[in-house]
Design a protein around this ligand. Structure first.
Ligand code: FE2
Length: 373
């Protein structure tokens, strides 16, 4: 594969002119490797809800990029580790739950909740072997509101300092982050580069064209639908349409009436999105991880305020799935367009797509070795 010939300065200058990243950035495995190293090993990666780490021994597993991680609550608080055994590198913990120790299922090397190796069968007869030399590798874990993140970079700014203000914006929507409850969680795969998928998320220029149901619920006109860049995160917001509230929509919609009248769509660098739709208080998150250059793996979690009506919950989940399917169809097609490498650059509309341009700037700076913000 041809090596990168574009300098960071050239790429940023092209973005300033409204020219996108080259097509190769979406199809070259060496770019994905650089992203995993330069972005995902130095950023906050969302793992799961704090409510699942309420009691000592509660744990959740996930990924920071392609690195398996586990977060556990021990007697000192939250503790994060690389979820890989120091012995033969089998994954230690699976899924989520409660445990008194962290035991690798391969050869039963057993770590305590502080990550210290406490027992390794037959190790007593191994000369020069000290249990103390092989703790699980510790990583940072931090709760922000109801969300738990990990970061493999000891020197990165705190999650609070990067994303703290997003909690205040969400609070204004009518969703109470202190009381929302996880309703459903699911893993998914998609056939597009992770950046192509997030870039689609970061503009609503396509909404009126490609999301008939969404645009029947939300006013997506550019003078009403707002885009705001906040450094480490960005926010889109739109009002619920009066026609939807009054049941005059042509589309078959969920019941958009309720405490939340403003929809919000937040992107937290590098790969977490948080969605709030009109109606009964609801919030969903998506995490998007590269799975090679041409595919993405992720998971979705749907939260509601306590006491949600199950019929409403299912209709909102169906609405979100419909929008996600429409987006997947778009980004699948974009990926097929990128694979051939022609045209090499796309051309943005620099106002409606400014959050996409900001995202690409962050990617370029990170891969150039600088701070993305
Ligand atoms: Fe979309």
């Amino acid at each position: 594969m041809r090596q990168s010939i574009e300098s960071t300065a050239d790429l940023l200058a092209a973005l300033d002119r409204g020219e996108s990243l080259p097509a190769r950035w979406y199809t070259d495995p060496s770019i994905t490797e650089r992203e995993l190293e330069s972005i995902f090993r130095h950023s906050w990666n969302y793992v799961g809800p704090l409510a699942e780490l309420a009691k000592t021994g509660d744990y959740i597993t996930g990924h920071a990029g392609n690195v398996p991680v586990v977060v556990v609550r021990n007697d000192k608080g939250l503790a994060g580790f690389v979820n890989v055994c120091r012995h033969r590198r089998h994954l230690v913990m699976k899924g989520r739950g409660n445990a008194t120790v962290m035991q690798c299922p391969y050869h039963a090397w057993t770590y305590d909740l502080a990550g210290r190796l406490r027992r390794a069968p037959r190790a007593a007869s191994e000369s020069g072997f000290a249990l103390a030399d092989f703790p699980l590798l510790p990583i940072r874990a931090e709760a922000l509101g109801p969300f738990v993140f990990v970061n493999l970079d000891r020197t990165a700014p705190t999650a609070q300092s990067c994303y703290g203000p997003v909690l205040d914006i969400i609070a204004k929507s009518g969703v109470d982050l202190a009381t929302i409850e996880l309703h459903t969680r699911n893993d998914w795969k998609a056939r597009a580069n992770w950046k192509a998928m997030l870039e689609n998320y970061l503009e609503c220029y396509h909404c009126a064209v490609a999301h008939p149901g969404f645009s029947a619920a939300i006013d997506v006109r550019p003078d009403v639908y707002t885009l705001a860049s906040h450094g480490w995160f960005s926010s889109q917001a739109g009002r619920v349409k009066p026609s939807a509230l009054e049941g005059r929509s042509k589309a078959d919609l969920y019941d958009v009436r309720g405490e939340v009248a403003e929809s919000q769509y937040h992107f937290l660098w590098p790969n977490l999105t948080i969605n709030i739709n009109p109606g009964f208080p609801n919030l969903s998150v998506d995490v998007w991880r590269p799975d090679g250059p041409n595919a993405t793996r992720g998971f979705s979690e749907q939260f509601f305020a306590p006491g949600v009506d199950e019929g409403f919950a299912q209709s909102l989940i169906a609405f979100n799935k419909q929008v996600a399917q429409e987006d997947d169809d778009l980004t699948d097609s974009v990926q097929r367009g990128l694979v051939g490498g022609l045209p090499d650059r796309g051309r943005f509309l620099t106002n409606s797509e400014r959050l996409v341009i900001d995202f690409q700037r962050m990617v370029v700076r990170a891969l150039g070795g600088a701070s993305p913000v």
